[in-house]
Design a binder for this molecule. Sequence first.
Ligand code: DWN
Length: 418
Amino acid sequence: MHPAAQPADSISLISKVSCRICQSELLPILDFGKMPLANAFLDQKDFEQEYFFNLATGFCSRCFMFQLLEQPAPEKMFHQAYPFYTRSSQRMVEHFKQLAETLKKFLYPGAFLVEMGSNDGTLLENFQGTGIECMGIEPSANVAAEALKRGIPTQIDFFGPQVAAQLAKQSDGADVLVAANCLCHIPDLASVFSGLGLLLKKTGVAVFEDPYLGEVLAKTAYDQIYDEHVFLFSVTSMSEMLSSYGFEIFDLEPQWTHGGSMRYFICRKGQREPSASVAAWLAKESEAGFKTLKPYEEFRKRVEISKVQLLECLENFKRQAVPVAGYAATSKSTTVLNYCGIGPELISFISDTTPDKQGKLTPGSHIPVVPPEIFHQANPKAAVLFAWNHAAEILRKEENFKASGGKWIHFVPKVQID
Ligand code: DWN
């Protein structure tokens, strides 16, 4: 049985309506309704036990954090059968190589680097043979096993004060803690920062990289909202949150990854001079109304329109008896498919390179996931690009699809056929 497919009464659901950072009441923004776990790909025999929760977001008008109202327990999402491997995109492998070069500016032979949410070791492998001591902390045993196979020290665990205290005891403390696409998954940030307080050297640096709320709003990328992403950070909310835990941002760098991310360079309060870009980003967000409900309400309206347009587009293909495929069974696709009510009647199959997903059905929508070879053999006339964040990589490698008359269906930033 899939670890996520447990009887409903055994589920420990964390249900919150108050802000996870400052405990103020959350203002509801968007309710997607009943939603499965984004990465709970399943077999037909598990349908009856499929787990659903209510996917809805709220905004805190006190600390400005955009967050889920409810999130399933971390152990339900991250376990021995978590099917996302960082290595599944070549461009991400290159991105992490470049991130490693950036981190090396804060490191030296003998220094200690800890990665939170180290997945299959794609980032840490860049430090092999450098003399820099590394430790990955990763709760999903199957992806951690890939890192261990490559000789990358990895502890299978959730990061928190206990793990941090144990690492601090075994070292003189960490020079750098890095977490890419990880912090936004963790509901209990108080425990992360209490751990960071124990582990990080006084002058140490933490580097976080997460999908940026500003890009989600600008691109109407509502598919970035799913069970795993409990927070979508802005510079404003990140800065408020860090301040409450004794840390601050000293630099920022926007990234192209995951449709638009932000890299935050963090230190203990007062340890480093913040760069001018910190104040500039805070001012930019303030002008854009990030502390008010307005941009989030406008976002909700655009999301509703996007749903109607995507459904119209797929139903048009169906009326013309043109079968449509999906490209990449991403976590994000679970939100789109279930929110829009798209099933195998509108998308016959989804091509994905991950062996763990192939042969399974998509969460909630139950569309078969097939290897890319089937996509190439079937040569469909149209395909929804679910991994829109990897468009550059995919459109290049799938040139033949378009050359042979195939149409890409995009839905971010808006629904269009190309
Ligand atoms: O935060 C998260 C980000 C970093 O990664 C996690 N919560 C889970 C995951 O999100 P995602 O699944 O939306 O990630 P991607 O990278 O947009 O999609 C990966 C999926 O796409 C994999 O199943 C592999 C597939 N893929 C493919 O089939 N062909 C990807 C590429 C690049 C391809 O060419």
